[in-house]
Design a binder for this molecule. Structure first.
Ligand code: PRP
Length: 185
């Protein structure tokens, strides 16, 4: 895999800014769910670092579970029309307050599909927390109850977001200059 310094055009959101915003989102969640219990659902794999950091700021009693959804298909960079559940929840969500944690809402199809599916399981409430909102790409209207940052239509990576599955571990969010990026074999 190519060194990311060769194709990164800029750091869009640096680590302190990200961490500050995650802390603020946690505080808002604590306020809104005061006196309640919460189930945080990580939409794998992109939301992993975000969920891990966010949950450390959530002080209301909480549990976590994970779902894996694929919407783009291998190698695709835009919605292909297929949303598939690769890993379902292990938790019964009926009667529980559920918060979906996503790294990014782009076309909106992934979150729309998950909301539709989970609503049939009769949770007490079902809300969405997304770190990044690329609203200019939206194809279906979806509610975002907690939003980290609104971003422009740029190809971003880092902090959970991958470029060909790499660099999810970076502590900041950066922009790819596709003209300088070489896809791995
Ligand atoms: C990304 C991201 C969201 C989804 C958003 O997941 O994590 O789940 O796409 O796109 P949408 O709003 O157009 O549906 P991806 O399928 O790339 O998997 P990943 O989380 O494992 O990277």
């Amino acid at each position: 895999m190519q060194d990311y310094h060769e194709f990164m055009s800029e750091i869009l959101i640096d680590e302190p800014t990200l961490q500050q915003r995650v802390k603020e989102l946690g505080a808002k969640i604590n306020h809104d769910y005061a006196g309640e219990e919460l189930l945080l659902i990580c939409i794998l794999r992109g939301a992993l670092p975000f969920l891990v950091d966010l949950m450390r700021h959530v002080t209301v009693p909480n549990a976590i579970d994970c779902m894996a959804i694929s919407s783009y298909g291998a190698g695709a960079r835009s919605f292909t029309g297929n949303v598939r559940v690769n890993l379902d929840l292990q938790t019964n969500i009926e009667g529980r307050h559920v918060l979906l944690v996503e790294d990014i809402v782009d076309s909106g199809h992934t979150i729309a599909h998950v909301l539709e599916m989970l609503n049939t399981r009769r949770p007490k409430s079902l809300k969405v927390c997304a770190l990044l909102d690329k609203a200019s790409r939206r194809e279906v209207v979806v509610p975002i109850d907690y939003r980290g940052f609104a971003i422009d239509n740029k190809f971003v990576f880092g902090y959970g977001l991958d470029i060909d599955e790499y660099y999810r571990n970076l502590p900041f969010i950066a922009v790819v200059d596709l003209s300088k990026y070489q896809q791995p074999n």
